[in-house]
Design a binder for this molecule. Structure first.
Ligand code: ATP
Ligand code: MG
Length: 364
């Protein structure tokens, strides 16, 4: 069986460092590992519209931003296929058939959708499209026979839902679809990077992000005003590192070589944490170090983006070609699905012969 990656992002804003450590960085490593037969990277605009139906301009504007972020982070259109979800109508068709295999009760139990509904303040007025987006996500993954989905922790319930749909479909109609596996970051801090406000998740919708393309000046303002341990008031006070987003970010980003370069008093993060916990290390010093670490990681990404921004039509062209290539793959899967479901009436010679026989008067 081919090893296939399918993953993507909603074009609801520029990508942030949570995306980067949760999924994007891993995708670039996997792309360069050469161990995958195909890699599809999807800009999930149709999914973004499920909770932005009244603000389609936001989605429209951000498609290019996400594409620029992808390529500046190192995804290479020579090695991966970029696609825009809405340009592949086969995905919508698959969603419609899969919806029959999922109950409303099952959708209601999805913890990520539940918390997103709360976060968006939908109350009882949940758009039906939003409520059912895990089904459409199953269509996206299975259309490309994705075997691996590199994603953050919030995607676990979506992949589980997808696996159930695959099992249900294959059980009823025969083995057509492939069950995907999620590939979570190895580093615990990257599973769900918190926001700069200390909120449990950095998220475009919460406005608590550091963006990949943000200027060094603007990142400085954000990092220096970050939430830390509220009881660490004077430098000599002992501080807490758990639940302190500055240290969570260091867990996600800092490598030993950063200490040699920017904080030579320490060999590694454990030593810096120990100093903070026993007291005597101020927040400002830690934040300045974090700022250096983040800038070291983001500077090459910003530089590449500046280059890529010079030819926007070329980026749209890459998205168009990728979407066209992806559509062919999705169309093949849809054909297989419809044959398995036996709703390919006009190609079904057996059906036509059987129905003819029914109305052919018998000889005797
Ligand atoms: P939105 O608020 O519009 O849902 P988002 O910031 O949650 O946007 P998505 O496009 O929903 O971003 O997520 C894209 C990918 O990035 C998913 O794989 C998701 O798991 C991962 N991801 C998003 N936010 C984080 C985070 N804070 N930490 C780790 N991974 C994240
Ligand atoms: Mg999200």
């Amino acid at each position: 069986m081919d090893k296939v990656i399918l993953t993507g992002d909603r074009p609801t804003g520029k990508l942030h460092v949570g995306h980067y450590v949760g999924s994007l960085k891993r995708r670039v490593e996997l792309q360069n590992s050469g161990t995958f037969d195909k890699i599809y990277i999807m800009i999930a605009d149709a999914q973004a519209l499920t909770d932005n139906a009244h603000n389609p301009e936001k989605v429209r504007q951000n498609i290019i931003e996400v594409a620029l972020d992808y390529m500046s982070a190192g995804l290479d259109p020579e090695k991966v296929t970029f696609l825009i979800q809405s340009q592949i109508p086969e995905l919508t068709e698959l969603t419609f058939y899969y919806a029959n295999l999922v109950t409303v009760a099952r959708l209601k139990r999805n913890p990520t959708v539940k918390s997103e509904i709360g976060m968006r303040g939908f109350g009882e007025s949940i758009p039906a499209g939003f409520f059912t987006y895990p089904i459409s996500q199953a269509a996206d993954i299975t259309a490309f026979k994705g075997t691996v989905v590199p994603a953050g922790e919030d995607q676990e319930p979506m992949i589980e839902q997808c696996r159930e749909i695959v099992r249900s479909f294959n059980g009823i109609y025969g083995d057509v679809l492939v069950e995907p596996k999620i590939l979570l970051p190895d580093n615990k801090a990257c599973l769900r990077l918190p926001g700069i406000d200390g909120n449990a998740k950095m998220s475009k919708s919460l406005g608590n992000c550091i963006y990949l393309s943000e200027s060094a000046d603007s990142i400085k303002k954000k990092v220096m005003s970050m939430f830390t341990d509220p009881n660490h008031i004077r430098v000599e006070d002992p501080g807490k590192v758990e639940g302190n987003p500055v240290f969570t970010y260091l867990d996600a980003f800092a490598r030993d070589e950063h200490f040699a370069e920017f904080a030579p008093d320490y060999q590694n993060l454990d030593e810096m944490k120990a100093h903070y916990m026993r007291g005597g290390l101020g927040d400002v010093k830690v934040k300045k170090f974090l700022l250096n670490v983040i800038n070291a990681e983001l500077e090459p990404i910003r530089k590449r983006r500046e280059e890529l921004q010079k030819d926007i039509p070329a980026i749209y062209d890459i998205l168009k070609k990728g979407s066209e290539a992806a559509e062919q793959v999705a169309a093949n899967t849809l054909d297989e699905v419809k044959s398995a479901m036996k709703i390919n009436y006009f190609d079904d010679k057996e059906l036509i012969a059987m129905q003819s026989a029914k109305y052919t008067p018998s000889e005797d």
